[in-house]
Design a protein around this ligand. Structure first.
Ligand SMILES: [Zn+2]
Length: 198
């Protein structure tokens, strides 16, 4: 047995909200993210219907905040993205918006990984003839962004304070506290998000 001071475990959350037959199980494992702190990676699973969802939550409560980073080259693609299901992600130059919803997942990645997730989501739209032209142009621009050949901005906002951008370069990420009004406005958009089970 490996000894560790990191928390990990399982919990039963009662009947699955989707199928009402199976039992919803939560497993969690602690992870230390340099520049962010400790967080719990959460996996919700139902063996009855196969539902599975990932999320994360910081061990210590954090203030609702907005993070902004300008990506100017390959090196910047390493900027870390901690995204909880309550996180709003925007890349204005690419027209990308990721909003919390019922299928919202939490993950830890970097900007490169975030773009790969966007590419994967966009690729599922392929085959829709009407959208094909603009989708092709979008995927080409995304590819350039993934190669570090496109300057763009990544913005992460979280009314619960669970999401963040983290860079090893001091001053690279701009952080701003969300006002009570801003946080409340975003919080109202969180309906149906997985953290309701917490
Ligand atoms: Zn189920």
């Amino acid at each position: 047995m490996v000894h560790s001071d990191k928390a990990a475990g399982e919990a039963a959350l009662g009947s699955c909200p989707l199928c009402r037959r199976g039992e919803l199980k939560l497993s969690y494992a602690e992870e230390d993210i340099p520049g962010f702190g400790r967080l719990l990676l959460l996996t919700y699973k139902c063996e009855g219907c196969g539902y599975k969802s990932n999320d994360l939550i910081p061990v210590k409560a954090r203030e609702p905040a907005s993070y902004k980073v300008k990506i100017e080259g390959v090196e910047d693609l390493k900027v870390k993205v901690v995204r909880a299901s309550s996180g709003f992600v925007e890349i204005p130059e690419l027209g990308v918006e990721i909003k919390p919803g019922p299928a919202s997942e939490g993950y830890v990645t970097n900007v490169e990984g975030l773009l790969a997730r966007v590419e994967e989501a966009a690729s599922t739209l392929q085959g829709d003839r009407e959208a094909e032209g603009s989708l092709k142009a979008f995927l080409a621009k995304l590819k350039r962004a993934m190669d570090g050949a496109e300057v763009f901005t990544v913005i992460v906002k979280d009314p619960l304070g669970s999401s963040a951008l983290v860079s090893e370069v001091p001053g690279k990420v701009e952080k701003q506290s969300l006002s009570w009004e801003e946080a409340e406005k975003l919080r109202r958009q969180l309906v149906g998000v997985a953290f309701e089970y917490r």
